[in-house]
Each structure stands twice: as structure tokens, then as C-alpha cells.
Design a protein around this ligand. Structure first.
Ligand code: UFG
Length: 372
């Protein structure tokens, strides 16, 4: 090898090891989904370059395979920026994934891609373990082979099972009392990543444990777009408000909570998205340790009835509801302690319940049929 070539190789190596503070190449799995697409907005706004990998089984596809999924086309409209690339590839397609990593000098991966319907996971556990766990294993192996060892993982408060204390912090035991296969896959993937980071100190992983993501980008152009009847509270309320569904079923009013209905820590999806950018910055900081979990929530508990009331005010629509029995696997209350994220990521949620409802309503009322 001549000296000039050696110098270029060396410079390239240094650049890979010490990339500048801005403009990282971020590969986002599941970037066409709800939290993924909002995070891509924040990444582009922060000056990063984004490659999206998504199989679009749970998100609307473009009208032909060459076309971007509508959520990502709208992300480009919102930001005025262009994605570096989009690949309709499944994480189960290892050769396809390897090709993507061969085409791009990826600095960090944010891994959202997963199946996420709790009830469905009870009926089809193998689909969940294969997609979520095998898919993650493939991704980790391909990343390792490509020398990309920085990862932000989309985890969930579900890893805490039935909370033993509130607000629940990251020291709370995980993996105990998880009531469904979806939750188990999140826990198992966290364990795999922790073990990997213990075995190989080059891995730098942030596990982000989301509480209940709601809301939409304030433009009203992107938002949550469930296929079929929504499983989660806020998308269901939004569809009742817009007239697509008759009435909400409130799952139990006999919990040990102030009004008897379930209490959750709802977080605006744009706050969640900015949490990912903060996690990325943390991973590139000098003092970063191998694999760290952070809660992303607001620390505020909101009951089902309080959410109905807030959404009524935001939308000006009536939300008919009937109280039915408890849903299997639900806990009475879970609320996050977000002190660690505040101290170590310099991040905290800034949008309140009213903002969550106003933005959800803007998205729902302007796009009653989602991205169609
Ligand atoms: N609820 C209703 N009616 C509905 C839907 C929900 O009353 O039609 C109630 C639930 O009983 C619960 C609250 O609204 O008290 C929130 O329910 P969601 O389904 O919106 O959210 P969960 O807290 O059950 O689920 C969330 C995430 C999951 C995650 C789970 C556990 O959506 O991905 O937290 O942490 F697994």
C-alpha cells in the first residue's frame, strides 16, 4: 500500500472513530412507524443523515416499491430535508440487511422495528418472538459484522411488569410479572443487548423505556395510524371523537386509583422523539458506559376519565363511553421517574396533556383515514 492510500485509510478510520459532533449517519429500523417517523423528523432537524429500514407490515406503503411510504414523504415535507435512503427490508432478511450496511457508513442505529399489539401477541406468540427477538438478533449480528456498535433501543415500561413502587425508576426489577409475549420480547431484547455490551466493551447501547406515547407532530401531517380497531386508549378516543367509532369501552372503574380507572404516564411523541436525539448525543459522549436504560415519561399520572375529559376539551367533541370489565394484564397505575434521563441525558418532556390532545386531534381530524 502506498503512503497516500495508507493516509486516506487512516483518516477514514479516525473519522469513523471520532465523527464530528453533527451530521451522524443514523440507520432507523421501523422509521415509517409512529414513534419512528416522529424521531426521523427530530433527527433531520438536528442535522443528522437518516437511512430508514422498514418492512411496512404495520405502516402504509408507498403506491409502488420505489416510492417512499407516505409517513416518510410527509416527514420530508415537514423538515424540507431528504432522507439519505429508504429500504423496504425485513429484519428477518439477513442478506438484505447486510447489503444496507454495506452501502452506508452507519454511525448509529435506532431500533424501533417490532410488532407491538399486546393482545395479538397472546394469540400469536411465535410471530412476536420471531419478529421481535430473531429480528433483533439478526440486526445485532449484522451491525457487529459491519463494525457498527452504537445502538438506541425502543424498549417499554412493560419490562417492569406490575410496578412494586411508584414513580417507577430504572432500578426497579425487570422481567418479573410480564403478562404477555410482546412485553417478554422487549425484556428479552434488553437482556441480549446488556449481555452483548458486557461481552464486548465496544458496544454502546441506550435502552429507552417508553411510558405511553401519544400525540402527533404539530403540523398534523404525521401521527399514529393503527390498522383495525385501536388497542390503545388515545387512538381509540380520537376515532370516537371523529365519528369513526361509536363509544369507548373503559376497561374497569374499580381500580385502587382516585377515580377507579387506570392511571398511566402519557408522553407526547415529539418529546419521546427528542429523547432519542439526546440518547444519540449521550452515546457519542466520552464518559458513556456500555448499556444504560432510561425511562421516558412525564412523571404525571393521568386516569382514563381524565384523558376523556382532556380530549373532549381539545376536540370540542363528545366522547361517549361505557364502563366494562377490566382488561386482562392491565395494572392499576404506572408512572415514571424520569430523574435519570434528566440528569444524564439533559432531557425532559415539555409538552402537557392539553398539547398531547390538541396535536392528536389535529392529526385525527385532518386525516380521518390515516395516510390514505
Ligand atoms: N383503556 C381503556 N379502553 C381502551 C383502551 C385502553 O379503558 O379502549 C385503558 C386501559 O385499561 C389502561 C389505559 O387505558 O388503563 C391505557 O391503555 P393503553 O392500551 O393505551 O396503554 P397500556 O398502558 O395498556 O399499554 C402501554 C403500551 C404497551 C405496553 C404497555 C405496558 O401501549 O405497548 O403500556 O407498559 F406494553
Amino acid at each position: 500500500m502506498d503512503v497516500a492510500t495508507a493516509q486516506v485509510k487512516c483518516l477514514w478510520f479516525v473519522a469513523r472513530q471520532h465523527p464530528g459532533p453533527m451530521g451522524r449517519v443514523v440507520l432507523v429500523t421501523g422509521g415509517a412507524g409512529f414513534v419512528g417517523s416522529h424521531t426521523v423528523v427530530e433527527l433531520l432537524e438536528a442535522g443528522h443523515h437518516v437511512v430508514v429500514v422498514d418492512n411496512c407490515i404495520n405502516s402504509t406503503k408507498g403506491s409502488d416499491p420505489q416510492e417512499l411510504p407516505p409517513a416518510l414523504a410527509r416527514v420530508q415535507t415537514i423538515t424540507g430535508k431528504t432522507l439519505r435512503a429508504f429500504y423496504m427490508v425485513s429484519l428477518l432478511d439477513r442478506p438484505g440487511l447486510t447489503k444496507v450496511f454495506a452501502k452506508h457508513q452507519v454511525d448509529l442505529v435506532i431500533h424501533f422495528a417490532a410488532l407491538k399489539a399486546v393482545g395479538e401477541s397472546v394469540e400469536k406468540p411465535l410471530d412476536y418472538y420471531i419478529n421481535n427477538v430473531t429480528g433483533t438478533l439478526n440486526l445485532l449480528e449484522v451491525m457487529g459484522e459491519a463494525g457498527v456498535k452504537r445502538l438506541v433501543y425502543s424498549s417499554s415500561a412493560t419490562v417492569y411488569g406490575v410496578p412494586q413502587y411508584l414513580p417507577t425508576d430504572e432500578l426497579h426489577p425487570t422481567g418479573v410479572g410480564i403478562t404477555n409475549p410482546y412485553g417478554q420480547t422487549k425484556y428479552v431484547c434488553e437482556q441480549i443487548m446488556k449481555d452483548l455490551a458486557t461481552a464486548d466493551k465496544e458496544w454502546r447501547v441506550v435502552l429507552l423505556r417508553y411510558f405511553n406515547p401519544v400525540g402527533a407532530h404539530e403540523s398534523g401531517k404525521i401521527g399514529e395510524n393503527p390498522s383495525g380497531p385501536p388497542n390503545n386508549l388515545v387512538p381509540y378516543i380520537a376515532q370516537v371523537a371523529v365519528g369513526k367509532r361509536e363509544a369507548l369501552s373503559v376497561f374497569g372503574d374499580d381500580y385502587d386509583t382516585p377515580d377507579g380507572t387506570g392511571v398511566r404516564d402519557y408522553i407526547h411523541v415529539m418529546d419521546l422523539a427528542s429523547g432519542h436525539v439526546a440518547a444519540l448525543d449521550k452515546i457519542f459522549s466520552e464518559d458513556f458506559r456500555s448499556a444504560i436504560a432510561y425511562n421516558l415519561g412525564t412523571g404525571q399520572g393521568v386516569s382514563v376519565l381524565q384523558m376523556i375529559d382532556a380530549f373532549k376539551r381539545a376536540s370540542g367533541r363528545d366522547i361517549p363511553y361505557k364502563v366494562v370489565g377490566r382488561r386482562n394484564g392491565d395494572v392499576a397505575t404506572i408512572v415514571a421517574s424520569c430523574t435519570l434521563a434528566e440528569q444524564e441525558l439533559g432531557w425532559r418532556a415539555t409538552r402537557n396533556l392539553q398539547q398531547m390532545c390538541i396535536d392528536t386531534w389535529r392529526w385525527q381530524s385532518q386525516n380521518p383515514d390515516g395516510f390514505m
